[in-house]
Design a protein around this ligand. Structure first.
Ligand code: C2E
Ligand code: MG
Ligand code: MG
Ligand code: MG
Length: 280
């Protein structure tokens, strides 16, 4: 029997599985090298206030400049970084870089900007997380109330007690939290009231279908008014068309982000967009 199961196991581990595993192992070791060689670059995507049409912040989005493969997008490497725990180290770098950049823009005269940084489950659950944020704020000397940490509901709800405690500690330091990809997961309005987040980001999937779709419009409108009744700021993600912006303004959405305004871009380009739009 032992021999049989051994044989079975072997036959299930076919060539394509082997290839996938090899690729994963290679990616892991390349990720380690990428940290050492500083191959990660932070891009910035503007967040626009729908009342003033000005840029009020940026979201930091990670890119990997692979020496041979070129630009690699986060969906291709974040899961493996998460699995191996390397995301903690990578995430700390992103935080530092993004906070330094915000400080740079603050010194240029843009005093009201915020910076949003995505936080993975491993990072959020790391026992040093609160200390790491504190150290980065101290080191970069940026205003803590301009830092906005994005977590998903999966992370937030997996251990509600820990989530509430952690958010409370950081909130006392001035840091705020956004619930990312809102509407894609469990998404009960009921849990929203028990999560001490400050902003929700309505997922792109809602925006994709919102134009000319009355039921979808009603859903988005309802999410926004419920969020407002809980004193939450609402950010719409993935806005690509003017029609979507017009709708969002009509239902009092607070902020928007998407290709309609700008794709995520390197810091220099983000800076010139900022100077062009906000000084107009
Ligand atoms: P996310 O946080 O939900 O970020 C939004 C994603 O939508 C970004 O993809 C952004 O480039 C894209 N996007 C923004 N506006 C539009 C639009 O109008 N149309 C379309 N089609 N896409 C738009 P990106 O940069 O590939 O990042 C994907 C995900 O990877 C992020 O989703 C986030 O979950 C994760 N991620 C990115 N950077 C980091 C990081 O530094 N740390 C961690 N833990 N996760 C990150
Ligand atoms: Mg995000
Ligand atoms: Mg999102
Ligand atoms: Mg996402």
């Amino acid at each position: 029997a032992a021999k049989d199961s051994g044989k079975n196991t072997y036959s299930y581990f076919n060539d394509s599985m082997k290839a996938k595993l090899m690729e994963k192992i290679q990616l892991q070791s390349e990720l380690r090298k990428a940290i050492e060689n500083e191959e990660f670059v932070v891009y910035y995507q503007p967040q626009v206030d729908l009342k003033t049409d000005k840029i009020v912040g940026f979201e930091a989005l990670l890119r990997w400049m692979h020496p041979a493969k070129g630009l690699i997008m986060p969906n291709e490497f974040i899961p493996i970084a998460e699995e191996t725990g390397l995301i903690v180290q990578i995430g700390t770098r992103v935080l530092k870089e993004a906070c330094k950049q915000l400080k740079f823009w603050e010194e240029e005269g843009f005093h009201k900007l915020s910076i949003a940084v995505n936080i993975s489950a491993r990072q959020f659950k790391d026992l040093e997380f609160v200390n790491t944020i504190g150290a980065i704020l101290e080191e970069t000397n940026m205003q803590p109330n301009h830092l906005d940490l994005e977590i998903t509901e999966t992370i937030a709800l997996s251990d509600l007690e820990y989530t509430v405690k952690t958010i409370d500690k950081l909130e006392k330091m001035g840091v705020s939290f956004s619930l990312d990809d809102f509407g894609t997961g469990y998404s009960s309005m009921n849990y929203l009231k028990s999560l001490p987040v400050h902003n929700i980001k309505i997922d792109k999937s809602f925006l994709d279908t919102v134009v000319d779709n009355i039921p979808e419009q009603k859903i988005v409108e309802t999410i926004i008014s419920l969020a407002h009744s809980l004193n939450l700021v609402v950010i719409a993600e993935g806005v690509e068309q003017h029609k979507q912006e017009i709708f969002l303004k009509s239902v009092n959405c607070n902020k928007a982000q998407g290709y309609f305004y700008s794709e995520p871009v390197p810091k220099e380009e983000a800076g010139s967009i900022l100077r062009n739009i906000n000084l107009m």
